[in-house]
Design a protein around this ligand. Structure first.
Ligand code: SF4
Length: 356
């Protein structure tokens, strides 16, 4: 971490505003920083979208609670285990269990039991939970059951911007406090923001990167805001090329600011550009999350329109993403867990890769 230098908010805004050759140089620099610090490997997380039932009503989201057009589902424990088995056989060192947000005992108990079952059959498999804000005791139970990582996106670090994207009952401070609780419990903690979202300004994005640095985040999954036909913000004017430019610049600047974290090349980028994930890797990302959710559920996890890969089988995604990574000249890190080096350093663990 000693190579990290302070970058002012103004400088970050200037870097985020780059386009053309300036943006190309920025992204190439970020890729070099990634190569030098965490190596030329891309790690896999098998994404299991196990339920699209959500008690929240975020204005930008296709599976928000008030969208009556969404067909709701929850996968059975057997179906989830099948997905994990596939990940294990495919050499994915890690799975992400993702769902809408619920805090009722039936749901949190289901998550705890599922994590325990996975750990009992696959003790080496790293588990990331992405199941929204939960209270401290629930999070502690998840951790004790065997979940090591937790992804909780804040979507924006500006509380007044947050207010414009969420209903009254959702409070930015609660989300930020939850990130702190996750850290105290011992999780590897991830967050993320929406880029080019309604009402957002360049200063907000610069603030988001400074927020991630201030809370010393271990991993980040950020991607472009994408319209969804049933959401309340669907008429917001939207420029896909601008969203792509900003998204790649965000990844690049974050990599330069925090060389040793994990940064995902999110599949949302592929909506904007067929090679969106490769471009993210070329801008400093080092994580991919191939979807392993059974095909019959994919369409119903409709966070945004035109989701990629909804008709690709898990085997298809495996082959496709492997070829895409190889096409970038990096190594698909099969059979490796890919823990965040920043997290390992904080824990005082021995590091063989990091050169920073
Ligand atoms: S963004 Fe997450 S919490 Fe918000 S409505 Fe969608 S699934 Fe629920």
């Amino acid at each position: 971490m000693e190579k990290e230098t302070f970058i002012s908010k103004k400088s970050i805004e200037e870097m985020l505003s780059l386009s053309g050759p300036g943006a190309r140089d920025l992204r190439e620099k970020a890729a070099r920083v990634r190569d030098e610090c965490v190596g030329r490997k891309v790690y896999f997380r098998g994404l299991i979208e196990f339920s699209n039932i959500c008690s929240n009503d975020c204005f930008y989201c296709g599976i928000r609670s008030s969208n009556s057009k969404t067909e709701r589902y929850t996968m059975t424990p057997g179906e989830i285990m099948e997905c994990v088995r596939f990940c294990d056989e495919s050499g994915y060192g890690s799975v992400v269990l993702q769902s809408g947000e619920r805090r009722d005992g039936e749901f949190t108990g289901f998550v705890t039991e599922t994590v325990s079952a996975i750990k009992s059959e696959f003790p080496e498999m790293r588990i990331t939970l992405s199941v929204g804000e939960q209270d401290r005791e629930t999070l502690r139970r998840f951790y004790q059951a065997g979940a090591e990582r937790y992804l909780l996106r804040i979507e924006t670090s500006n509380s007044s911007h947050y207010r414009k994207l969420h209903p009254e009952k959702m409070v930015f401070e609660n989300r930020r406090n939850c990130l702190e609780t996750l850290r105290r419990i011992g999780f590897q903690v991830g967050t993320g923001v929406m880029i080019a979202s309604p009402y957002q300004e360049i200063a907000d994005l610069a603030g988001d990167l400074l927020f991630m640095k201030a809370i010393d985040i271990d991993m980040v999954g950020m991607g472009p805001y994408l319209p969804q036909k049933d959401n309340t913000l669907k008429d917001w004017s939207y420029d896909p090329q601008e969203a792509l430019r900003l998204s790649l610049n965000m990844i690049a600047v974050l990599r330069i600011m925090m060389p040793d974290i994990n940064i995902a090349a999110t599949s949302a980028l592929q909506v904007l550009d067929e090679n969106g994930r490769e471009k993210a890797i070329a801008s400093g990302a080092n994580i991919v999350m191939p979807n392993v959710t059974p095909l019959k559920y994919r369409q119903a996890y409709s966070l945004y329109d035109n989701r990629p890969c909804v008709l690709d089988t898990p085997y298809g995604c495996y082959n496709c993403i492997t070829q895409r990574i190889e096409g970038t000249g990096l190594l698909p890190a099969k059979g490796e867990k890919g823990d965040s080096l920043r997290f390992l350093k904080r824990k005082g663990k021995r590091i063989d890769v990091c050169n920073c």
